[in-house]
Design a protein around this ligand. Sequence first.
Ligand SMILES: NC(=O)c1ccc[n+]([C@@H]2O[C@H](COP(=O)([O-])OP(=O)(O)OC[C@H]3O[C@@H](n4cnc5c(N)ncnc54)[C@H](OP(=O)(O)O)[C@@H]3O)[C@@H](O)[C@H]2O)c1
Length: 330
Amino acid sequence: MKTYQALESTKTEEGNTLALVEKNIDDLPEGDLLIKVSYSSLNYKDAMSATGMPGVTRSYPHTPGIDAVGEIENSSNAAFKEGDKVIVTGYDLGMNTAGGFGQYIRVPANWAVHLPNGLTEIESMSLGTAGLTAGLSIQALDSYRSGIGFKDTKSIVTGATGGVGSIALMLLSKLDSKVTAVTGKKEQIEFLNGLGASEVILRDDLEEVARKPIGKSIWDLGVDVVSGDLLTLLLTSLTPGGAVACSGLVGGPSFESSIFPFILRGNALLGIDSVEISLEQKALIWKKFAKDWKLDLNDLTKEVSLDRLEGEINTILKGNQVGRILVNLN
Ligand SMILES: NC(=O)c1ccc[n+]([C@@H]2O[C@H](COP(=O)([O-])OP(=O)(O)OC[C@H]3O[C@@H](n4cnc5c(N)ncnc54)[C@H](OP(=O)(O)O)[C@@H]3O)[C@@H](O)[C@H]2O)c1
């Protein structure tokens, strides 16, 4: 009987506990592809699942991990053969299907994309769902601007030291936008400048620059992962025709807005989902990261093994994580 290691979350009366356990491959769910996972990554949602926060995972014990890259060990689908390298992100992986914090996953073939040429396994998981979401945000903004590109634009990114924020910041800077990073971490200003920010505003100071219900036109584009007051302020300070792509809610699920930005400046709020969108849309973004959007993620990424992951889970839940956590399952 073949076994593997996994980080498993179990519900107890005192809350969820995490432990490294030995699992049996036969206990994995049915699926077309058995994948030996080499790397995964840590996202905010994984921390929610791992600690039993509502809205992500219904039943425990459970192996979290919404991201995985690895090699096909067994396939019943003609599009994939043994030895192929594939990326799996989103859909139900790590939510109610055993996820990438285990050395094996078994998933339907329509959840997997081939690792594109030009992207390594480590690079794919240094990006992970956070990178995919940042990429989808930039792609949505680009489409909204009819593909004219970002040269000479001014952009603003919230949650800038986090996973989605830091990669959005790097990408916008690479595409020649002048990026303002918004952060709660005063001590990370230099780090954000190093990623390409031309200006850093501390979260609590944004209100001095952006005014409700409508303020000065400052930014052409925004990438927001926070929601709440920060999203409210971003919407008040866009240039005519400007847009914000929003994907997250670390600042709360609700935000206020007036109609002014929409009818006086033709602004738009673009919602981003990285989970349930088509595999073709995901594949397009991975290919871009393999070529035109190639980023050097070394300074952004910290590698940990499964037995060191619990501490990182607690850090991300407190909003204290900087950059990306790459999980090595080899
Ligand atoms: N829609 C989708 O498909 C999708 C995909 C991925 C992620 N998300 C969501 O996007 C959000 C960010 O995910 P992530 O993986 O990038 O998380 P992350 O790595 O924890 O980054 C979030 C960042 O937001 C800032 N922050 C934390 N708490 C805050 C608060 N109370 N108020 C304001 N800012 C706060 C922090 O950055 P600073 O200290 O620099 O401000 C933090 O590092 C989460 O809500 C996640 O669920 C959605």
